[in-house]
Design a protein. Structure first.
Length: 308
């Protein structure tokens, strides 16, 4: 009896150690700690590479060489660190000397995009002025009878860039900067290898001046036209003693002032339009893949969304 009691604590300790080891192995099974729930009821488990609301989610799944891209329209929920090991309930004691400073957590980056995949390019910017490339994730919504647009922009790189850029998610890109107007949007999803952006920066100051010239010129032209019409409308005919009508005289001063204001306003309006056109930032996208350089034209701006 005495020997059995002595062996019992040893058996309990061995069983506890086995349970702890199996729990740790289950927590670190190599399948990844993040989960993406799909709207069709499915579930994907792996390591979250990126999550851009309104665009897509990239998840690196165990056993697959490349990250899987899930369009945002198919995503039900994203739960980072769902399968991460839970912290121990046991509170540690004093750390002792040498551990006075708290240990800051380190951010774990996902795998870098692989050059050669569709949409993953090495980007070079050729610009006479410093510019920044921004990636845009656009989401649309509606509240009652009113629609709205949410545009989340983040800087990707600054000129001359020379970095690997992941454009495989289908997002749009623009070029702008301090004092430089934003360019039209363009995409990189169909390109591979080396891509060069030839940028002709537009002036933000010129755009503001052109807008003011257009507003003031248009107002002056309309005001001058109103003065000219008024000068004609105020002309009163006279009648002779025999009842015949004699045309009245037009107010020459008012007519001349209206013509002058209309001419000045028209000149300002034309100058403002020219300034607005000249203030645009133009971008030519040249791909080094395939035969020769392939220029890509950016799509037309969505004026209703505030793009010019």
């Amino acid at each position: 009896m005495h020997s059995w009691l002595q062996r019992t604590p040893l058996r309990l300790l061995a069983a506890s150690a086995l349970l702890l080891c199996s729990g740790a192995a289950a927590a670190d099974d190599g399948l990844g700690n993040d989960e993406v729930t799909l709207k069709n009821g499915g579930m994907l488990r792996g390591t979250l590479v990126s999550s851009e609301p309104g665009v897509a989610v990239k998840l690196l799944i165990a056993g697959e060489k490349e990250a899987r891209v899930v369009p945002w329209s198919q995503v039900g929920d994203v739960e980072p660190n769902k399968f991460a090991p839970k912290p121990s309930a046991v509170q540690p004691g004093s750390a002792g000397p040498g551990y006075a400073q708290p240990v800051m957590p380190t951010r774990v980056e996902g795998p870098a995009p692989a050059l050669g995949s569709p949409g993953v390019v090495r980007l070079h910017i050729d610009s006479p002025a410093p510019v920044v490339v921004r990636a845009h994730a656009t989401a649309y919504g509606q509240v009652g009878a009113y629609g709205f647009v949410i545009d989340a922009a983040r800087p990707v790189c600054a000129s001359p860039c020379d970095k690997v850029i992941d454009g495989s998610l289908g997002q749009d890109f623009t070029v702008g900067g301090s004092g430089v107007t934003e360019s039209r949007r363009f995409g990189l999803s169909g390109m591979t290898g080396d891509v060069q952006l030839n940028v002709s920066p537009g002036s933000q100051g010129l755009r503001v001046g052109g807008a003011w010239l257009t507003i003031l010129g248009g107002t002056a032209a309309i005001s001058g036209a109103v003065l000219m019409v008024t000068s004609v409308a105020l002309t009163t005919p006279t009648f002779n003693s025999n009842g015949t009508e004699t045309p009245g005289k037009t107010n020459g001063g008012l007519l001349g002032a209206g013509a002058g204001v209309t001419a000045v306003g028209g000149a300002m309006l034309i100058g403002g339009i020219v300034a607005l056109v000249a203030s645009k930032t133009s971008v030519e996208v040249h791909s080094g893949s395939g035969s020769g350089e392939l220029p890509v034209t950016g799509r037309a701006p969505r004026y209703w969304a505030g793009e010019f």
